[in-house]
Design a protein around this ligand. Structure first.
Ligand code: 5RP
Length: 242
């Protein structure tokens, strides 16, 4: 079963990497599916099939992977706007909204997605749900200062909370040094309302609801690869600074 899921993740990632053309600035997502995309992209660059691609990774782990694969990196200072980002997700609903953050990189992932003209989400079909929250808890990144009060706040919105820990039971810290509260809201019937409420609390850095951000969702399943698309306004930009 695990092998099947890995194959499906690879199929979705390979399809998405086919959308990258020479000269593009590419956001590299975090997680096992996104890592397959990094490796496929590295192969396309090595073979000379595409050239002059520059990448911005969503996490320190992906940055390391990209450097090891010899991928040329750039920065937001040089390229505040990206052509395309390829990233995974934990759950997707019928409106192509997402829960992300299973790998803990939700803040950087959202920053990169908001700065990308095209956001291509790659996943296997087991992650499709009629409502977000049905399969996965919602990760919320919170600052360590006063974290108990942030937990009380999230509980007041109806969630059962688990603070994320490492395998050795120590607290898990994000690349920014923050904590993750994994929030069980059950089915989230009104994700927009919940997203707005969560953001009212000082100490909440970001949540894993990615609403209206994906432009493309590539779903690999037993019947093949489905590519769903949706229009989204382009991110605001003053243009790339060279
Ligand atoms: C990381 C994420 C990942 O994209 C998400 O957890 C999916 O991971 P995987 O591809 O390993 O199933 O949001 O913060």
């Amino acid at each position: 079963m695990q092998a099947d899921i890995t194959e499906l993740k690879k199929k979705a990632a390979a399809h998405a990497v086919g959308l990258i053309a020479s000269g593009m600035v590419v956001g590299l997502g975090h997680g096992s599916t996104a890592i397959h995309a990094v490796r496929f992209l590295a192969e396309r660059l090595k073979s000379g099939e595409i050239k002059n691609v520059l990448c911005i990774p969503c996490s320190l782990q992906v940055e390391e992977e990209a450097l090891q694969s010899g991928m040329p990196l750039t920065t937001f200072e040089k390229h505040p706007l990206m052509d395309i980002t390829i990233d995974g997700a934990d759950e997707v609903d019928i409106e192509l909204n997402l829960i992300k953050g299973g790998g803990g990189a939700l803040l950087r992932e959202k920053i990169v997605a908001q700065a990308s003209r095209r956001v291509v989400i790659v996943l296997d079909e087991s992650k499709c749900s009629p409502f977000l929250g049905k399969q996965r808890h919602l990760p919320v990144e919170i600052v360590p200062f006063g974290w108990n009060t942030h937990v009380f706040f999230l509980e007041s919105l109806g969630a059962k909370i688990r603070i994320r820990r490492n395998a050795d039971k120590s607290l898990y810290h994000t690349d920014q040094g923050n904590l993750i509260a994994d929030c069980n809201f059950n089915e989230i019937l009104n994700p927009r309302e919940l997203a707005a409420k969560i953001k009212t609390h000082a100490g909440v850095v970001e949540h894993g609801l990615f609403l209206d951000l994906a432009t493309d969702v590539v779903i690999a399943g037993a019947g093949g690869v489905r590519h769903l698309k949706r229009d989204r306004p382009a991110p605001a930009s003053r243009g790339d600074i060279e």
